[in-house]
Structures are given as C-alpha cells and as structure tokens.
Design a protein around this ligand. Structure first.
Ligand code: UDX
Length: 441
C-alpha cells in the first residue's frame, strides 16, 4: 500500500520504517528541513537500537522516502498517518496545534479518497473533532475516513515492540476502515483489537496511566519496606508470580520519566477534570512520582547534613537505559537540587551526555567513563540502570573519597556492596556496609 506518515519524531519514524520493512511504500513528511535531509542520507538523531539499519535498508530498497512537501507525500497515499507531537500545555492538557495543522495540510492537499490515521496521543474525542475540521476544509467531492490507532512503542525497544507488540488497537466507525487497517497491519502478525474511535483513544491513556500507577504503587510499597525492614525487590517478585498482577512494571526506583508517562498521566487528569471528574488515584500517582524523583537528594542530605562543597557523581542521565532521551528524567531535577545545595556534580552516561549538555544545569561537568566520574567523589548516585553500570566490578567505587553509593535503581545486591565495604543505600531495601539512613516517608 502507499502510505504517508506526517511527523518524523520518534513515533513517526519508527512507524514509517517498520511499515516499509513489511513491504509498504512509505513517504515520511516533516517541516524540519535539516531532519529530512539527514534522514534521506540514512542518519537518525535519536538513539534507538536497530532503527538506523532498517532505515538505510528500506531507503536502499526504494520503499522509504522523505520529503518536506505534504503534497508529494499525500499525492498517491491510500493511508495518511498523523504522528506529530502533542506537547503538554501549562495546565497539563495535550496541545493539539500540530495535529490540527496536519489535518489542515491534508485537507488542502488530497484530491482522492484516503484513510486518515491518528497515531498521535490525543484526548478522547479529538479524532471526531478533527474529522469535522477536515470535512469543512476538504475539496468538493473528496471523502475520507478517520481512524484512531494509538502506539505503544517503548523507547529503547521500539523496533522489537513494532514487530512483536502485544496488540494493535484500531478505532474506527466503518467496516471499510477496519478492512483497510487490517491490510496495513496483517504482515506484522500481531493481534488486532478493533473498537470504536473514542475507546481506542482512551485505551492509550488508560494503559499508560495504569502502568504509571503500578510504578508509583511499588514505590509506595518501597517506602514502607524501608520502614519495616522488608526488601521491595523480593516483595515485587512474590507479587508478580500472581498472573493477575503480573511481574512487569513493578520495579521500584526513582520514578517514571520520559516523553509519555508524565505527560499522559497529567493529560488524563485534565481530561477527567474537563468532564467534572476528579481522578484521585492518578493525582496521587503523579505526586508520588514527584517525591520519588528527589528521594536520593533527601537521603543524601540526611546522610551528610549539608552538601556544600561535596563532590557528587551522577551515574546515568537518560530517563531509562538504551536511550539518549533525557526528557522528564530524574537527572534533571536531581542535578538541579544538588547544585542548589552547593554540591559539585559530575555526570556520566554511556550515550546521553551530548544531549544532556544542553539541558542540564550548566554548572555540571561530565566524565568520560564511570571510573573517572566517581574518582575522588564523596558519594555516587545511580539514576539509570544501564547494563554498563549494573555489570561494573563494584570495586571501582573504591576510587571514591568515601565509597558511598545511593542507588535509585537497585542495581546491586546489598550484601555484595557490604562485602566490599561500600556504604550502600537503595530503594525499598535494607542499607548495607555503612551508616543507616532514617527512612523518609
Ligand atoms: C512508555 C510505554 O511503555 C509505551 O507503551 C508508550 O507507548 C510510551 O510510554 P517509554 O516511555 O519508552 O514507554 O518507557 P518505559 O519503558 O515504559 O518506562 C517509563 C519510565 O518508567 C522510565 O523512566 C522507567 O525507568 C520507569 N519504570 C518502568 C520504573 O520505574 N519501573 C518499572 O517497573 C518500569
């Protein structure tokens, strides 16, 4: 099929590449000239395992094209996928200006029947509202169908998810729209869940909010575990054996970040508020996450009294491993606070340093590797569970001024740290090898 994808951000690019890979003829369009010329050469600016290889392969095989002209992308398209961003407004709601612009651009361009697919995460009712805008702006005699098709890709495993996801959700009003979408996705051999447009839009928000709730829930359990002397990792493993609970998304830590969970939870709260409903559980999920982000700084203050003049290593800057994305990462809040408390902060990340430099406090310095980062430090904070950090020989921490590690991602068994005489504080587990920190509730 001929498919146009509007927006070459994370979702648009992965979608375009994977659709080309299964045999469709795909043209991706973006207003950003530099991005398009770099993509044409097969270069991506985001770090996503496997994406660049598939991009280059499909360009070479003549199945994937990039342009800045909507008219070119949409000319022969049977399907137009909207995958532009929906950033957060000040009140937490989703900003739809890029989606609306895409709809207007499509209306001004198409002269034939197409199926328009909204992949951007949009509040319930948006697709139908866009349909009205579209009808008003369409040229005489052209008919369109609008479909909601939310995405569930995780950064760092987006290619894996695109080809082996749990489900593809299609929300449509007509049988013909379902038929077209089945043709698009049949090669992926992933179960397709068909529903109405509004329910499809809600599935995306409800799924992300539920996963975020699991994370904040286990983080609350972690706080109590610290008080009562239990180990949250062992608790989560025991809970996860119950299939009704499931063992995923029960990893206690310093909260969720990234481009989706923080934004989508707030947008759902706002959506509920707009219809007069107070989504109390989700309010608390967001509050717990804010507390969780600064927990390590609180523990550090408890341990040292003052951070004035202390040298602190921050290990892991991205919001999770296998990505260079630091949007809404705990590293932003934590480094800011450490510097405000008078600490000297040295950051290290296997791949995110270049991206972090423009976004984190300019007083930060960066180290070329983990050992250089911790060398001479008063304490090290682990913010991202990169394999490189998890698998390091923990004796590396002996190059610190005092081997004190505060681990926000529970990377090491406390007993190993104790064996190596490293003072170790993690999340929801007993401290080891040194001074006890009064749990904070
Ligand atoms: C998420 C959803 O998983 C995906 O389906 C959706 O389309 C986009 O949002 P992503 O933001 O890439 O994907 O990352 P994810 O792996 O879900 O992790 C989100 C955050 O939660 C990370 O900061 C991670 O560290 C944190 N997390 C995740 C935990 O703290 N504990 C867990 O058990 C799982």
């Amino acid at each position: 099929m001929n498919i146009a994808v509007i927006g070459t951000g994370y979702v648009g690019l992965v979608t375009g590449v994977s659709l080309a890979e299964v045999g469709h003829h795909v043209t991706c369009v973006d207003v950003d000239n530099d991005k398009i010329s770099s993509l044409r050469k097969g270069n991506i600016t985001i770090w996503e395992p496997g994406l660049e290889e598939l991009l280059q392969k499909n360009i070479t095989h003549g199945k994937l094209f990039f342009t800045t002209a909507h008219a070119i992308a949409c000319e022969n398209a049977q399907i137009i996928i909207i995958a532009v961003g929906t950033p957060e407004n000040e009140d937490g709601s989703a900003n739809l200006r890029y989606v609306e612009q895409a709809i207007i651009d499509i209306a001004n361009t198409i002269t034939h029947r197409v199926t328009i697919v909204v992949k951007s995460t949009v509040p319930v009712g948006t697709a139908h509202r866009m349909c009205t805008i579209l009808q008003e702006n369409l040229q005489h005699g052209v008919s369109v169908e609008l479909v909601s098709n939310p995405e569930f890709l995780r950064e760092g495993s987006a290619i894996e998810d695109a080809f082996r996801g749990d489900r593809i959700v299609i929300g449509a009003d007509t049988l013909s729209a379902f038929d077209v979408m089945e043709e698009v996705y049949r090669p992926f051999r992933i179960p397709i869940y068909k529903t109405d447009v509004r329910s499809a839009e809600m599935i995306k928000y409800a799924s992300n909010a539920f996963l975020a709730t699991k994370i904040s829930f286990i983080n609350e359990i972690a706080a109590i575990c610290e008080q009562v002397g239990a180990n949250v990792d062992l608790v989560a493993a025991g809970m996860g054996m119950d299939k009704r609970i499931g063992d995923k998304f029960l990893k206690a830590g310093i909260g969720f970040g990234g481009s989706c969970f923080p934004k989508d939870t707030k947008a759902l709260i706002q959506m509920a508020r707009n219809v007069g409903y107070d989504f109390e559980i989700l309010n608390r999920v967001v509050e717990v996450n804010e507390r969780q982000k600064v927990l390590l700084v609180e523990k550090l203050l408890e341990r040292f009294g003052s951070l004035e003049g202390k040298q602190i290593a921050v290990l892991g800057l991205s919001f999770k491993p296998n990505t260079n994305d630091i949007r809404e990462a705990a590293s932003i809040t934590i480094t800011e606070r450490l510097i405000r408390h008078g600490a000297k902060v040295i950051g290290y990340d296997p791949i995110a340093i270049e991206y972090a430099k423009n976004r984190l406090n300019e007083q930060m310095t960066y180290a070329k590797d983990l050992e250089a980062a911790v060398s001479g430090c008063d304490a090290a904070l682990i913010l991202t569970e990169w394999d490189e950090i998890k698998e390091v020989d923990v004796r590396v921490y002996h190059v610190m001024k005092t081997p004190i590690v505060l681990d926000g991602r529970n990377c090491y068994p406390p007993e190993i740290m104790a064996q190596h005489h490293i003072e170790y504080h993690s999340i929801g587990r007993p401290s080891a090898g040194g001074q006890y920190i009064q749990p904070l509730l």
